[in-house]
Design a binder for this molecule. Structure first.
Ligand SMILES: C[S@@+](CC[C@H](N)C(=O)[O-])C[C@H]1O[C@@H](n2cnc3c(N)ncnc32)[C@H](O)[C@@H]1O
Length: 325
């Protein structure tokens, strides 16, 4: 199959390229930090992503298949029908059917195994400041959290952040929980020994997933733009968080609830985040959460790297840290 060989060749020779259309200029970052000051909260600047971080991230992911059309065609060829883009991103498609097919796809002398694993395994990967334990501790000083309770990551993907919480902060696995709409992601999470549940497709938290006041640290992890019921999610977040517990929301601001496939996740007009700028959206989230009994503790601005079906991106990253009163 010609396109596969082409994908391999171009991936091997491609020069690192990160789409950076969704980063924020300095003045917009400053406007976000001004919101923190207005609320008497801490303002942190995690800085820009360095060239060496980008190269490292590129090398770790450059040989994966990120040609969406080709991937869909391959899956159709072996009778697989992913139900949403997340199944495509998290699915582990190095299945025997691919390996059988590989020999007829002209592997150009490369071993079948290599081809199957490197090119038929699309994966969502990311790097963000929270994955550095020192940043995570700076954001949520574990010593100031309630002594007991769960750490829950909503939109956890395959559990990169929860793994850091377990391995670097020493939180026992049975005190962790990941929620995601992707069954493939939750399967990966469980393989890492971390409990997880597939959650609803409608909204991110409906209030039924968790017991009231059971959570000491709630991570809403980079999907505020995919949540079609933000207000309900924020209200549920308040219900499930213990007094003194923290909510950490990392997001892409300004929030635009559509993806590159043209899927519209929410009606912008009725979303909490229907502001006119990144800082305006941040302010609206903070006000909404404050109305449900949280208090702004800290805002941090920075950047993150993402590898997905859209390719490589350098994105803005804003962290909103709220303390439950
Ligand atoms: C952009 S990815 C973020 C993944 C990871 N948390 C990160 O920080 O990069 C969005 C994640 O949210 C999940 N997701 C989207 N809508 C969701 C919903 N309604 N409920 C739970 N998870 C959802 C997706 O499956 C995906 O894992």
């Amino acid at each position: 199959m010609e396109p596969i060989q082409h994908a391999i060749d171009s991936s091997e020779t491609a020069r690192p390229h990160f789409d950076d259309r969704l980063t924020l200029p300095d003045d917009e970052q400053l406007a976000i930090l001004a919101v923190a000051t207005a609320f008497g909260a801490e303002a942190l600047d995690f800085g820009r992503i360095s060239e060496s971080q980008m190269s490292e991230f590129w090398s770790a992911n450059s040989r994966k298949l990120r040609n969406r059309a080709l991937l869909v065609a391959l899956l159709e060829a072996v009778g697989q029908t992913p139900t949403n883009r997340y199944e495509l991103e998290y699915g582990s498609w190095s299945c025997p059917a691919f390996r059988e097919g590989v020999s007829s796809w002209s592997s150009g002398g490369k071993g079948e195994q290599e081809l199957a694993l490197d090119f038929c395994t699309p994966n969502y990967q990311f790097w963000c400041p929270l994955l550095e334990a020192s940043r995570l501790v700076q954001i949520v000083n574990p010593a100031t959290l309630p002594n007991s309770g769960l750490t829950v990551d909503v939109g956890c993907g395959d559990g990169a952040l929860l793994s850091v919480v377990r391995d670097q902060l020493g939180v026992a696995a049975d005190q962790l929980l990941g929620l995601d709409i992707s069954t493939a992601a939750i399967a990966d999470l469980r393989r890492k020994g971390i409990p997880g549940r597939v959650s609803t497709l409608v909204g991110a938290l409906s209030g039924k997933e968790l017991e009231a006041e059971s959570v000491r640290l709630l991570l809403l992890s980079y999907f505020v733009d995919r949540d079609n019921a933000q207000r309900a999610t924020f209200e549920s977040a308040a219900k499930v968080t213990l007094p003194g517990g923290r909510l950490v929301l990392e997001g892409l601001f300004p929030v635009r609830a559509a993806d590159s496939l043209g899927t519209q996740y929410a009606d912008q007009a009725t979303s909490v985040t229907n502001g006119e700028s990144a800082a305006d959206d941040v302010l609206r989230v903070v006000q909404c959460l404050s109305g449900f009994g949280f208090q702004l503790e800290c805002l941090a601005v920075g950047e993150r790297l993402v590898f997905s079906l859209d390719g490589f991106e350098r994105l803005s990253s804003c962290l909103i840290v709220m303390r439950k009163l």
